[in-house]
Write a protein of this length. Structure first.
Length: 216
């Protein structure tokens, strides 16, 4: 959220300042890592005077906590919303096509923006290493797994299938699998390797799929 030069700081509410700084911090972290996200650099990226920072956050650590709690989960929701699947209902075969298209598209989105991958990974590690941010890290993870679990439930209902374990548990497993996709790419910079992992994840996920029509 960037404000034009004509909009003065006096017109911005505290919540607008917070939102602008959160978005700017996430972008800076994607470009320069957590350590590079100084308050000065974040304020410059948000086109906001450094003196205004403490109107919105009491510290840099408080800002990073807000990024972890808000920006990262919101980014995941946006990414899922960008995935358009036109797979018609079709039982187990349709479910496999849905999973394949979804994870390949998700993988492609991640590969197109390596900074986004690095930001998420570095924020998770940073939260783990700083006790005051661990609750924010847990919230980030729970929001992500809940979002994925809902998507899995919708997909199963569409194809007349079910999952052999609770969607919430499966969401946790799938989030962990997407982390594997991220690391495969970040460590090799090889898109072919990342896509091989994607296809393996689809095969693994389908071991939890059940055809409800066959059971009926």
């Amino acid at each position: 959220m960037h404000f034009t030069k004509g909009e003065t700081m006096a017109r911005m509410t505290v919540e607008q300042r917070r939102a602008a700084l959160i978005d700017a911090a996430y972008e800076v972290i994607a470009e320069s890592g957590v350590e590079g996200a100084t308050t000065r650099r974040v304020c410059a990226h948000a086109e906001m005077p450094l003196a205004s920072f403490h109107y919105a956050f009491e510290s840099r650590m408080a800002l990073l906590g807000a990024v972890i709690e808000q920006a990262v989960p919101r980014d995941l929701v946006v990414m899922i919303g960008e995935i358009q699947n036109e797979v018609p209902p079709g039982g187990m075969a349709g479910m496999r096509r849905e999973m394949t298209d979804t994870l390949r598209n998700l993988g492609d989105l991640m590969l197109q923006d390596a900074g986004r991958l690095q930001a998420t990974a570095s924020l998770a590690i940073f939260a783990h290493n700083h006790p005051e941010l661990r609750s924010a890290g847990r919230k980030m993870y729970s929001t992500a797994t809940e979002t994925v679990a809902q998507a899995l439930e919708v997909a199963a209902a569409k194809h007349g299938t079910a999952w052999s374990i609770e969607p919430g548990e499966l969401g946790t497993l799938l989030i962990s699998a997407t982390d594997a996709i991220k690391m495969a790419y970040l460590t090799t910079s090889d898109e072919k390797v990342a896509r091989t992992v994607v296809d393996g994840v689809v095969t693994w996920m389908m071991t939890y799929a059940v055809d409800e029509r066959a059971d009926g």
